[in-house]
Design a protein around this ligand. Structure first.
Ligand SMILES: C[C@H](O)[C@H](O)[C@@H](O)C(=O)CO
Ligand SMILES: [Mn+2]
Length: 433
């Protein structure tokens, strides 16, 4: 055993004893953590461009800023980048694909014509990697979404087009779940809304309700496929009104018993999502989370170890909601190395879950039930500086993932060997064109 491994082990043994003195079993926490998959969002790898090669603007009120070199340009490049990212993260995780990431060949189908054949490359790869897949219809970056309306569009022909897209995507999601043996969550998010004050808030919502019912008409075995719906407060160009608001989708998910997707960046700036879980899960079977970090607006920053993130993890553990929650990430940062962005965000999500699993929750609840709120607050604050970092390092070591900053060296090496030459090839191609 190397010196650094020995010191990780020693620090862990001390931490284990410290936690045991508070009645917390670190081995049990680590065993639980190892079973929690995080769904990595493919779109962090290429700035939400996808493989349609349409050249359409991202639109939909979404924006990616930055031009860090090495963006993935092909499915193989994206898979190679993801393989490196997974190797930097302890545990077995999932991949969340958007519909624009199909392998379309020379004849790129329109969105309403895509089918499972366009995703067999991803399915075969996922089986090979032994990871589950999640999926998303892409209701943006398309000429039929240019006016900011899709499933709620007043033009029936445009609505029907997007309904067909939603139906096609659910079939693809079901095929993914069937092939990988783990349920695929297909999440529906649409950009529909208005920049300025609407005169009629009701009609677009009635149209959206009707469109969604058509999209979700076919029922799938929940063992292979689950539906989620995602709300938003506002986007660029939909500042005054979003058809799929939180209230709209909460009601929809409850009445249709779909999953509700809560995106941490989709609420008022000081409104956290953690407080919502205990209410939402009284009424819907399961939740999907898009863990993100809003900065002033829905700017989709890389997930950092914030109070909000800790609140999410603590609530999932305290409420015993992990088995009913699918955790996905949702951010897009092109200003830093994109693989590092996946590694940082996913490792932080896992660190927050570990910290929550190590919390002396039973003791806190006992204090609360006895009315000793002073002791509750005192222990909560002391728990924040317990040696959870030593447990995390040990988890990385045992999971054969890099400990501490070691993962960054691997990213830097890959940047030199692969990402920079990728960029050079691109420049040469554009010079030759
Ligand atoms: C690309 C995703 O579908 C998108 O980020 C969506 O989930 C969202 O959060 C839009 O703001
Ligand atoms: Mn989202």
């Amino acid at each position: 055993m190397s010196d650094s491994c020995a010191s990780v082990e020693q620090a862990y043994q001390l931490a284990r004893e410290r936690y045991a003195s508070l009645g917390v079993d670190t081995e049990q926490a680590l065993a639980r953590l190892a079973t929690i998959p995080i769904s990595l969002h493919c779109w962090q790898g290429d700035d939400v461009v996808g493989f349609e090669q349409s050249g359409d603007e991202l639109g939909g009120g979404l924006a990616v800023t930055g031009n860090y070199p090495g963006k993935a340009n092909t499915p193989d490049e994206l898979r190679s980048d993801l393989e490196l990212a997974y190797s930097l993260i302890p545990g077995k995780h999932r991949l969340n694909l958007h519909a624009i990431y199909g392998e379309f060949g020379s004849h790129v189908p329109d969105r309403n014509e895509i089918d499972t054949d366009h995703f067999t490359g991803w399915i075969d790869w996922a089986k090979d990697q032994q990871i589950g897949l999640d999926f998303n219809p892409t209701y943006f970056a398309h000429p039929k979404a240019n006016d900011g309306l899709t499933l709620a569009h007043p033009d029936k022909a445009i609505r029907d087009f997007w309904i067909e897209h939603g139906i096609a995507c659910r079939k693809i999601g079901a095929a993914m779940g069937q092939a990988t043996g783990t349920a695929c969550v297909t999440n529906s998010w649409i950009p529909d809304g208005y920049k300025d004050t609407p005169a009629d808030r009701k009609s677009p919502r009635l149209r959206l309700l009707d469109s969604l019912d058509k999209v979700f008409a076919e029922k799938f075995d929940p063992q292979i496929h689950l539906d989620a719906v995602e709300s938003k407060l506002f986007g660029i160009g939909s500042e005054s009104y979003v058809v799929g608001s939180h209230e709209f989708y909460l009601g929809y998910a409850i009445t249709r018993q779909t999953l509700l997707c809560l995106d941490a960046g989709h609420f008022h700036p000081t409104e956290g999502i953690a407080d919502k879980f205990s209410s939402v899960l009284m009424h819907v079977p399961e939740m999907l989370l898009h863990v993100s970090r809003g900065v002033r607006w829905d700017s989709d920053h890389v997930v950092t170890y914030t109070d909000d993130l800790q609140a999410i993890a603590l609530e999932l553990v305290r409420g015993d909601y992990l088995a009913r929650t699918h955790i996905g990430l949702d951010y897009f940062d092109a200003s830093i190395n994109r693989i590092a962005a996946w590694a940082i965000g996913t490792r932080n999500m896992l660190k927050a879950l570990l910290m929550a699993l190590l919390e002396p929750t039973e003791q806190l609840i006992a204090y609360e039930q006895s009315g000793d709120f002073t002791a509750r607050l005192a222990l909560m604050e002391e728990a924040k500086v317990l040696p959870f970092g030593a447990v995390w390092d040990y988890h990385c070591l045992k999971s054969e993932a890099p400990v501490g900053m070691a993962w960054l060296n691997k990213v830097k090496d890959y940047e030199q060997s692969t990402l920079l030459s990728r960029e050079a090839e691109c420049s040469a191609a554009s010079v030759n064109a």
